[in-house]
Write a protein that binds this ligand. Sequence first.
Ligand SMILES: *[C@@H]1O[C@H](CO)[C@@H](O)[C@H](O)[C@H]1NC(C)=O
Ligand SMILES: *[C@@H]1O[C@H](CO)[C@@H](O)[C@H](O)[C@H]1NC(C)=O
Ligand SMILES: *[C@@H]1O[C@H](CO)[C@@H](O)[C@H](O)[C@H]1NC(C)=O
Length: 229
Amino acid sequence: LSFFLSLFFLLSTAESQVVGPHQPVVALVDDDVILPCHVEPAEDVTAEILEWTRSDLNPRFVHVWRSGQDLVNTRNPSYRGRSSLFINELKRGNISLKLSKVKLSDEGTYECSIPLMEKKSFVKLVVASDAATSPVISLSGIDKNRGGVVIQCESAGWYPEPELLWLDGEGNLLSAGPTETLRGPDDLYTVSSRVTVEKRHSNNITCRVQQRNTNQSRETHIHVPGKCS
Ligand SMILES: *[C@@H]1O[C@H](CO)[C@@H](O)[C@H](O)[C@H]1NC(C)=O
Ligand SMILES: *[C@@H]1O[C@H](CO)[C@@H](O)[C@H](O)[C@H]1NC(C)=O
Ligand SMILES: *[C@@H]1O[C@H](CO)[C@@H](O)[C@H](O)[C@H]1NC(C)=O
């Protein structure tokens, strides 16, 4: 019997694991976000030591739960007053962390762990700026060689770094010069690019700035008169 009991114990401890999300979690600056993490199969972890850490920080502790309460002293000052566990969920093995008023510096890889059970999982947080401005298109000059006008597009306030695309009236990509990227002291990106619109394909031109990871996109259209107008 004791053999079966210890086998059962081995199997059940071997099976239990800490699970995080498969995808990065995306949050906008100033929003609140939940970093998901739970024990599978569900078990009460209220009495365990629970740690949320970021190995790139010093001190690395984002949130620590010990002896049935939050341990405040060891926490990294940057998270003071902004992190919390869902205490009523701990008995269901849910150790998800709530972060309030997300900052750009919160972006990173978080480790959710139960150190004494030697179990951990990682949660990647991507923080996006919601300050992106609509692209501004302006006339930049005349390209005599190619017989067209050069227009410039600029958009500011992005994070993470976005890409800038020029499209013609049919939605085809136009080949443009390289996108210039500037990073301001607020860590936000400004991107700009120029394109020559030749008279023969003068039409409804779109400048689109997009950030794929965060599904953000802004665009502006301009109508460039063609040869006959
Ligand atoms: C854990 O609790 C949070 C907050 O209530 C909830 O959003 C999340 O879905 C829960 N996770 C699981 C696995 O139950
Ligand atoms: C230009 O194209 C966009 C879509 O690509 C459309 O929304 C807009 O109305 C068009 N503008 C003109 C002046 O045709
Ligand atoms: C972005 O959009 C795709 C498809 O619409 C969706 O599957 C994905 O979850 C979205 N990502 C975010 C961060 O909203």
